[in-house]
Design a binder for this molecule. Structure first.
Ligand code: ATP
Ligand code: MG
Ligand code: MG
Ligand code: MG
Length: 565
């Protein structure tokens, strides 16, 4: 590519809302431009990188036996009603109406559409297993779109869905996808970890996330130095078997406090006499230790509060009956107080009897007052709640636990029969009997990978692309102050030869001053730079510098081709 014929538009200033390095650098390099919150245009430069990622993802999916297709991004409400997700999916689902007032959504994911396709297309076990994939635009109305394309509303995803006659077959394809993902992120040149993920509300047997390691990552991951154990913190915490899911609490009021962890802290910071504090429980939240303490405020509740406090420490109240017998009320729980990063803790108590607790807390050392017991919550045991902290023994018993931050770039999931059951997607087995199919799903955030790579690989001057993702591998820069025809001709011939050898090269023929030209090439992260100048021509050399090297060196053409392989 001759740069004079391209559209390169680097900029010096970036908007103040660009918080993390990858977002700033993508804007400065002119890879993306914001259209509206969470909506970005990919410039010609940005698109070159995006296509590189796409290409590797496609190659490895094909190699793993998946077959590509393309589904519509606009999906009818009726289909989502069949799985119950029209309501359940929540605010991320962008609902739209056509001119006939028919309702649709803009697809945040494609389980419904692909299962509909499968129930119509797949009739016999002989057609299984099969793994369909697409690379396509998704829309999720994220509450807080941020960090540019990292958490956008419209983004590019590779999503695959496999169909099987048996759970064993599903496990095989799941393993194949796990391996394919490992190859993809290795080829992309990224530092990553595959971690066990919380299967959350969807349930299912197995789920792994692929996390690119970066300090700015939104996820916290835990891994062992003595085994393969690696998990998203959510999952690591879920090992304490029954930490509850979030549920709203009424009357919450936020109070900023220094970290509160013990009964003494509680009495000091909230002025509650120690004998009125039931218990403090420490758990680990996404962002640090969470202190939770419970206190009964209402006189009428004191009796029951005392009863709970009087329970021996090792007591296990596993059922509603046991709780009723011990405390004299129905079970309830004190929840996560609506904080996205706080960890809910369940205590077996009744929603009806206790109110106005002090609870919660997170890395910002905030606590909440006024939390109430909830009815119809899950039951658990206080004893189940445990901390997961760096330095602990790994939950699998091998090695020590470490913590790191990660960016979720891929997610594989054994869905089981949930969607196939809901949509009645069946095939006939070898006995001619109808069987509901088993399903897996496998996502990759193609556009997020671009930002994640930059987050992991940059310096003060700009992006440092891994070779596999660079918009071009080589930049040919010409220093030609007097417009000497032989310098121009030498640059052109080098460019032509590189191109003829299949090496993607950009020739900076814009006639900029060397400083500005080099700054641009560093900012946009081209792995190899060669400078053609009058002086070099006279000496028979080129000035070469690798993007991640401190210095440049004088080399011959042949040496250059050797370096580029
Ligand atoms: P997150 O936890 O970051 O919200 P998710 O778990 O909701 O992601 P999945 O449903 O697992 O996402 O989708 C598959 C992949 O799509 C994710 O692993 C991620 O790489 C990518 N992805 C999800 N949401 C976004 C987004 N808002 N912007 C860019 N990429 C996204
Ligand atoms: Mg999400
Ligand atoms: Mg996630
Ligand atoms: Mg996910």
């Amino acid at each position: 590519m001759r740069l004079s014929q391209f559209h390169l538009a680097t900029v010096k200033e970036v908007p103040a809302d660009a918080e993390i390095d990858s977002h700033k650098l993508m804007l400065r390099a002119g890879m993306i431009r914001k259209l509206a919150a969470g909506l970005y245009t990919w410039s010609p430069l940005g698109l070159r990188v995006l296509r590189k990622v796409e290409h590797i993802v496609r190659e490895e999916m094909n190699r793993a036996g998946a077959v590509e297709m393309l589904m519509p991004s606009v999906q009818p409400r009726e289909l989502w009603e069949e799985t119950g997700r029209w309501e359940k999916f929540g605010g991320q689902l962008l609902k739209i109406k056509d001119r006939k007032e028919q309702e649709f959504c803009y697809g945040p994911t494609h389980e419904e559409v692909v299962t509909d396709f499968a129930r119509n297309e797949l009739k016999s076990y002989k057609q299984l297993p099969v793994n369909f994939y697409q690379i396509q635009t998704k829309f999720r109305d994220e509450i807080r779109p941020r960090f540019g394309v990292m958490r956008a509303r419209e983004f590019l995803m590779k999503d695959a869905y496999s169909f099987h006659l048996s759970p064993e077959s599903l496990a095989e394809t799941y393993e194949a996808m796990y391996q394919a993902y490992t190859r993809i992120f290795t080829r992309l040149g990224l530092k990553f970890r595959a971690v066990q993920a919380d299967t959350g509300a969807i349930g299912g047997n197995a789920s792994h996330e692929f996390q690119v390691l970066a300090d700015s990552g939104e996820d916290a991951i835990a891994f062992s130095d003595g085994s393969e154990y690696a998990a998203n913190i959510e999952k690591a915490e879920a090992l304490a078997p029954t930490i509850a899911r979030p549920a709203p609490c009424a009357n919450l009021q936020r109070v900023d406090t220094p970290r509160v962890r013990t009964v003494e802290d509680v009495t000091a910071h909230f002025g509650i006499s120690a004998d009125r504090v039931l218990k403090t429980v420490l758990v680990r939240g996404k962002q640090g230790l969470v202190a939770l303490c419970l206190r009964g405020d209402h006189e009428i509740n004191e009796v029951k509060a005392t009863k709970l406090a009087e329970l021996p420490d090792e007591s296990v109240l596993a059922s509603e009956e046991e709780i009723l017998a011990a405390v004299g009320s129905r079970p309830g729980f004190i929840g996560p107080v609506g904080l996205p990063d706080s960890i809910p803790v369940i205590v077996d108590r009744s929603a009806a009897v206790l109110a106005d607790f002090v609870c919660g807390g997170n890395a910002n050392d905030t606590h909440y007052t006024g939390a109430n017991w909830e009815r119809d919550a899950r039951i658990t045991r206080i004893e189940d709640i445990r901390q997961v902290v760096a330095g602990d023994p790994s939950p699998d018993g091998h090695g020590t636990l470490h913590m790191a931050r990660g960016i979720e770039v891929g997610h594989v999931f054994q869905l089981g029969q949930k969607y196939a059951e809901a949509l009645d997607a069946t095939v006939l087995d070898d006995q001619g009997k109808k069987q509901v199919m088993w399903m897996g799903c496998y996502g990759i955030g193609v556009s997020r990978i671009v930002a994640a790579a930059i987050e992991q690989r940059h310096d003060d001057a700009g992006i440092i692309w891994p070779e596999a993702m660079a918009p071009w591998r080589v930049a040919v820069c010409v220093i030609n102050p007097k417009n000497a025809p032989e310098v121009h001709a030498a640059a052109e011939s080098l460019y032509n030869e590189l191109t003829a050898r299949g090496i993607e090269t950009v020739w900076d023929d814009r006639g900029l001053r060397p400083g500005a030209m080099f700054a641009d090439m560093e900012l946009i992260g081209i792995p190899h730079r060669v400078v053609v100048s009058e002086r070099g021509l006279a000496a028979g050399t080129l000035e070469y510098r690798a993007r991640d090297a401190a210095d440049s060196s004088a080399i011959t053409r042949d040496q250059l081709f050797e370096i580029l392989g």
